[in-house]
Design a protein around this ligand. Sequence first.
Ligand code: ADP
Ligand code: NA
Length: 328
Amino acid sequence: VARPRVFSGIQPTADSFHLGNYLGALREWVVMQEDHETFYCVVDLHAITVAQDPELLRQRTRLSAAQLLAVGIDPDRSTLFVQSHVAEHAQLSWVLECQTGFGEAGRMTQFKDKSARQEAEHVGVGLFTYPALMAADILLYQADQVPVGEDQRQHLELTRNLAQRFNARFGRTFRVPSAHIPKETAKIYDLQDPTSKMSKSIPAGVVELLEDPKRSAKKIRSAVTDTGREIHYDPENKPGVSNLLVIYSALTGRSIADLESAYEGRGYGDLKKELGQVMLEFVTPFQEKVRGYLDDPAELDKILRRGAEHAREIAASTLRTVYDRIGF
Ligand code: ADP
Ligand code: NA
């Protein structure tokens, strides 16, 4: 029996992934390797929809791949590759752009949000056509499932529409993918503002996987909580404490209820100090593995080359069919 095929990508736009990326996405990627045929991609083409520094982009692409390996993406079980190494992504993207309505693309809320924050003349066309590239990423591999966060749902819906539209116009070509709603994911909030999600744009409230764990412990100690004393999971009234409990539970596998009783009669200080220790124990072996890959660039290159070769076989086969169908 063929395992369901999964595609997911992550942008190399920061020096380090943060705890939200790990607990909200990457941890599930690792789990999915067990019973899915998984394609995981560092999406560097997407990363140039905003201004980039070439040397930094190159570094961050490698760092991203090293971090994916270090969290447990196994290159013998998953196809791990860099998007720009497989030219078919850009090629299919053009074809899909020509199937996408201008109004349809203009309704994408991510485009509206991101472009609203910039001067019109600095907003590139690539930011507008980004969802067609994302659709190409997914459809090239005939993915059955795409793990998506809330923020990517609308883009996945567009991907499904494009697949159905193309199939209707030109004959069945693409598998129509569905959203995979992960069982194991947590939404992680900013430590300084526990009502907004942890995101690289607010540094003080973001725990980075590659930072010194002492720095993470310090951020956790200064996390915003509330004036109460009880360690209870209550996201509505105690968002700060609840966020810390979610992180603690996700990193240790202990249930929230178990943590609540373990911390009964103890203060926020204890919880924060011990969560700092949990973080240290989690990131120490992770950081060692990342260092290992960075110290052996030939090995990392080999893994990514092998990933791209396998990805390209499938991508090229899909693109051949597409070109044939549209009359090339
Ligand atoms: P950011 O939100 O920092 O810009 P991305 O948008 O690149 O990060 O997110 C990469 C992946 O990590 C996505 O699947 C996204 O849903 C997930 N993710 C990002 N931040 C969080 C968070 N705070 N909690 C849970 N998942 C998150
Ligand atoms: Na995002």
